[in-house]
Design a protein around this ligand. Structure first.
Ligand SMILES: Cc1cc2nc3c(=O)[nH]c(=O)nc-3n(C[C@H](O)[C@H](O)[C@H](O)COP(=O)(O)OP(=O)(O)OC[C@H]3O[C@@H](n4cnc5c(N)ncnc54)[C@H](O)[C@@H]3O)c2cc1C
Length: 394
């Protein structure tokens, strides 16, 4: 019996794989998505709290996320699904001169890329976020064009649109091997079948390293875990995603942490998340008893009015980390017809749809100039870069 044959196989139906399937099938490629889980977005995607910003310091991430913002913000008008899009902006706060200096330095880079972001001093900042603790507040940056949406609703919407364009999604079916012929990837194997394809994309998130090894490629992607939580809903009072980058040093009383960020969801709940420091490496996603006492201190410190709000649920998921905090995207030297779209760190949800568009340009060769632009844009995200430089605000 001949093998089922596709133009493209996408490994992983997550933040990257779902929009990519939409983009590839919309371009007319017969596309198959394979995932071990039982439905779309059940890996890290569903653990993301939904923040979407273009205000990075890396030019590739800025361009990709500008494209993502356009897709998320117009999705309902274009395709009809409500994905919970809310343009609340992002606010990076400064309570110390150290953070003020970091944010102001970043602002110069961000403005040089034409991003809509500004610094606001104490009084002006409190007009944007009246509930912030005013004590010691110096000010902060605000980028009104950024926002948030629901990772689960958007993954479903991307899948729905991909299926309309003919893409197939096979769940409960992990990729177990890669078929290679004379240095070219020609398909994949699962426990159920063998599939041929003209191109295979590794979009396996926190599991990308194992999947890359099947093609003989070593990618420096290692998962670390982050916890998040959601409160009861309350009346709208908070517009932007608030990000506090003050580090908390580990002590006997409290574990260490880096960034703490939270916003009010379009349904009224406060969603919050923290970056543990040191990182907690591995794929263990069980919630801990450490997280809530740790996070509530930071939450009440920065916004005292949240002291009586009830937390409904917590969860823990994976950031697929790279050594420099930037994704690894593009073709590889070891084998042909194999593309990496891995190592999204803490930003895979916001990168997903924009990256899908640039990967479409790269893979489909629909337009020579789009492919050239895409190759240029993705060049700094190559597997073969120097991983020594770190991205600020990763
Ligand atoms: C608490 C928390 C908060 C976050 N908040 C944000 C946020 O606000 N904004 C943001 O942009 N990002 C956020 N992130 C990060 C974001 O969730 C990830 O960067 C993103 O989901 C990674 O996308 P991905 O497609 O690479 O991985 P995933 O979404 O995990 O998709 C990978 C898929 O590959 C599948 N897979 C694994 N092995 C195989 C195999 N052998 N064969 C086939 N498929 C396989 C998995 O089942 C999975 O479905 C957050 C993460 C966490 C944990």
């Amino acid at each position: 019996m001949s093998k089922p044959t596709y133009d493209a196989i996408v490994i992983g139906a997550g933040s990257i794989g779902a929009p990519l399937a939409w983009q590839l099938s919309e371009a007319g490629l017969s596309t198959l998505v394979l995932d071990p889980r039982s439905s779309v977005g059940q890996g890290s995607n569903k653990c993301a709290i939904g923040g979407i910003r273009a205000t990075h310091s890396d030019p590739a991430k800025i361009q990709i996320c500008l494209k993502s913002l356009d897709i998320f913000s117009t999705w309902k008008d274009r395709y009809g699904d409500d994905i919970g899009w809310l343009r609340g902006g992002y606010a990076f706060v400064a309570y110390r001169e150290t953070e003020e200096k970091t944010l102001k330095e970043l602002l110069i880079i961000q403005k040089s890329y034409g991003l809509d972001i500004d610094w606001h001093d104490h009084d002006e900042y409190l007009k944007i976020i009246p509930s912030l603790n005013p004590n010691g507040l110096i000010g902060g940056t605000f980028s009104p064009g950024d926002g948030s949406a629901s990772p689960m609703l958007s993954a479903l919407a991307f899948e729905r649109q991909a299926r309309k364009c003919g893409a197939e999604f096979h769940y409960n079916e992990p990729v177990t091997d890669m078929i290679r012929t004379n240095g070219t990837v020609t398909g994949v194997k699962t426990e159920k079948d063998t599939y041929s394809a003209s191109v295979v994309v590794n979009a396996a998130g926190g599991w990308a390293k194992e999947v890359a090894a099947l093609a003989g490629i070593d990618v420096p992607v290692n998962p670390d875990s982050h916890e998040a939580g959601i409160t009861e809903p309350v009346a709208p009072f908070l517009g932007p995603m608030v990000v506090d980058i003050r580090p908390i040093v580990e002590s006997k009383e409290t574990p260490g942490s880096a960034n703490y960020y939270f916003y009010q969801h379009h349904t009224g709940q406060i969603i919050f998340c923290i970056t543990p420091n040191p990182s907690i490496w591995g794929t263990d996603c069980r919630e801990t008893s450490v997280f809530l006492p740790q996070v509530t201190q930071r939450m009440i410190g920065i916004m005292p009015r949240l002291k009586n709000i009830k937390v409904r649920r917590t969860w823990r998921g994976l950031y697929p980390m790279t050594p420099d905090g930037n994704p690894i995207v593009g073709e590889v030297e070891e084998v042909e017809n194999y593309i990496l779209a891995v190592g999204m760190c803490g930003q895979g949800y916001m990168l997903g749809p924009g990256l899908a568009v640039y990967l479409r340009y790269l893979i489909t060769k629909e337009s020579k100039s789009n492919r050239k632009d895409s190759l240029e844009l993705l060049k700094p995200l190559t597997l073969y870069r120097d991983f020594g430089k770190k991205e600020a605000l990763k």
